[in-house]
Design a protein around this ligand. Structure first.
Ligand SMILES: O=C(O)CCC(=O)C(=O)O
Ligand SMILES: [Fe+2]
Length: 268
């Protein structure tokens, strides 16, 4: 369980949307279509850390990522202040935030994401021998959709996101009737990597130290950080809220790192 006193990611809390800049509110954006996409049947889960960090490599094609970087570059991104508010992690990047339920729904249902998470047309949960109850516990409840709060990050040389935890937030998904939901996992979609000239910027997770035993040498009590290298088009999901692991976006050393960020929501 995450110690509560540690820094958190201000961008996830609903209350901060106007204070972090780059917020377009509920403005409608002309997002490019999701073409070309690889067929869902060609997508697979990569388990980076069981129950904590999962990835879908090549979730988006490199052409689609390139089109998005060029579209996102036209948005009025705002540089976050270098000096964070009390209790918030230092993050220096350029960002844009928009409340867009239609885009969140497209990213969920118009790609292979929903099918992979729900296990539709795959035997993933059978092959892992996961019961319905175990799936519920993995995702933190009955999976509903993605958070309409879409965040775009651009990190240029020297920019980074310091160590923090991501909060779980309550959201209301508009509809008839509206759905009361809460976020349980962070979604990061990487649009760039060393293949596009972005060096550094890895997302690094720090597992909690193991409880110390007198008989163990000191080195065995600090688990190794889990370094997620950037891959163009890879979607990364990591558990957040009370079970979030301490993590950071390492400094970008060369080129630009672009990410689309949302969250997985379950019904509440
Ligand atoms: O940029 C990254 O690699 C991490 C982003 C992140 O931690 C966040 O959006 O909360
Ligand atoms: Fe985070």
């Amino acid at each position: 369980m995450a110690p509560k006193a540690k820094k958190k990611d201000a961008s996830t809390s609903t209350g901060d949307q106007s204070s972090t800049g780059g917020n377009s509110g509920s403005q409608v954006l002309d997002w490019p279509s999701f073409k070309p996409l690889v067929p869902t049947s060609a997508l697979e889960w990569r388990i980076i850390m069981p129950n904590q960090i999962l990835a879908i490599p090549s979730f988006w094609t490199s052409t689609l990522c390139k089109n998005y970087v060029s579209f996102l570059s036209s948005l009025p991104l705002t540089t976050t202040p270098g000096k964070p508010k009390r209790g918030e992690a230092t993050r220096v990047n350029d960002r844009f935030q928009v409340d867009d339920p239609a885009f969140a729904e497209r990213l969920w249902s118009g790609t292979g994401l929903k099918d992979l998470v729900l296990g539709n047309n795959t035997d993933i949960y059978d092959s892992l021998s996961m019961s319905q109850e175990e799936r519920r516990s993995l995702w933190g409840g009955e999976v509903a959709c993605l958070n309409p709060n879409i965040r775009i990050y651009r990190y240029r040389k020297g920019q980074f996101f310091d160590q923090h935890y991501d909060d779980s937030n309550n959201v209301v998904i508009p509809g008839n009737p509206p759905i009361n939901a809460k976020t349980t996992w962070t979604l990061l979609l990487y649009l760039t990597s060393p293949a596009t000239g972005c060096i550094g910027g890895e997302t690094v997770f720090y597992p909690d130290p193991l409880p110390r035993r007198k008989t163990m040498p000191k080195t065995t009590t600090q688990p190794k950080p889990v370094v997620v290298e950037l891959e163009v088009g890879m979607a990364l999901l990591h558990r957040h809220g009370a079970d979030c692991m301490l993590h950071e976006g390492r400094e970008v050393l060369e080129g630009e790192k672009w990410i689309i960020r949302s969250d997985l929501c379950v019904k509440r």
